[in-house]
Write a protein that binds this ligand. Structure first.
Ligand SMILES: NC(=O)c1ccc[n+]([C@@H]2O[C@H](COP(=O)([O-])OP(=O)(O)OC[C@H]3O[C@@H](n4cnc5c(N)ncnc54)[C@H](OP(=O)(O)O)[C@@H]3O)[C@@H](O)[C@H]2O)c1
Length: 230
């Protein structure tokens, strides 16, 4: 049994990751911004015989991250999944740019995962071979062949860089750090016309995480296990 912490676990890919790990017999710390409104996640926790617990966490809020770390002091975390994300808002073109939404995107998707890793490092070190997986996007790869999406793409490119540096810094501690593009997924973010279900994406990510090894720390994967070109 592994202990798994997932951010943004109240809907979309995060919720299905929580379900997948709980179904596999693992202990899931499911984090979300608004516990009272997390109906589907609360229902999952209620039916899980204690396998899933719900925790308040806003990854862009240092006090919230510190409070979660305090509440989990001494608990080893085998798998940390930085999943929380936003789309950066509707105005992120060259001619019309919402700079506040861009700042939020960076706070949530670039700095947030770093904050969470930093705060939970004692928990990761307490596990025997911890894994950190960050859900990024193909839009954050330099191989992405389109313009636009300035806020979202830069926030994901930023976290790719953060995680590559963390992979180097944490290798000597035996902690694997990796990135995954989850596919184009039918969630609130991906929309109904997307390619795959959140269940399929979560199942793929679950499998990718199971196969992570320290020798290949820092690798950027696709949800189906293929290596993603940087
Ligand atoms: N769907 C796709 O096609 C696709 C493609 C590439 C990458 N991704 C990435 O996959 C991840 C999951 O996306 P999704 O499709 O499942 O999106 P989603 O359904 O919109 O869910 C986003 C999740 O992130 C949470 N979140 C947002 N800001 C947060 C914050 N400050 N602190 C904590 N949680 C926060 C949301 O919580 P609230 O309910 O409180 O807002 C929600 O649980 C994201 O990182 C996204 O960028 C998705």
């Amino acid at each position: 049994m592994a202990t798994v912490l997932i951010t943004g676990a109240n809907r979309g890919i995060g919720l299905e990751l929580a379900r997948a790990y709980a179904t596999g017999g693992d202990r899931v710390f499911a984090a979300c911004r608004k516990r009272a409104e997390a109906k589907a996640l609360n229902a999952l926790a209620a039916g899980s015989n204690g396998a899933v617990s719900v925790h308040a966490l806003d990854v862009a809020d240092g006090a919230s991250v510190a409070a979660l770390a305090k509440s989990l002091a001494g608990v080893p975390i085998d798998v940390l999944i930085n999943n929380a994300g936003v789309n950066g808002g509707p105005r992120q073109s060259l001619s019309d740019t919402d700079f506040d939404a861009w700042t939020d995107a960076l706070a949530i998707m670039t700095i947030g995962p770093f904050r969470v890793v930093q705060a939970l490092l004692p928990n990761l070190e307490a596990a025997s071979a911890a894994k950190v997986m960050t859900v990024t996007s193909q839009l954050g790869a330099s191989t992405w062949p389109f313009g636009g999406s300035y806020a979202y793409a830069s926030a994901k490119a930023g976290v790719n860089s953060v995680m590559r540096a963390l992979a180097l810094d944490l290798k000597s501690k035996g902690i694997v750090v990796s990135l995954v593009h989850p596919g184009w997924v039918k969630t609130d973010m991906g929309g109904a016309g997307a390619d795959i279900t959140p269940q399929d994406s979560a199942a793929g990510i679950h499998k990718v995480i199971a196969g992570l090894a320290l020798e290949t720390t820092g690798t950027f994967y696709k949800w189906n296990g293929d290596i993603h070109p940087w």
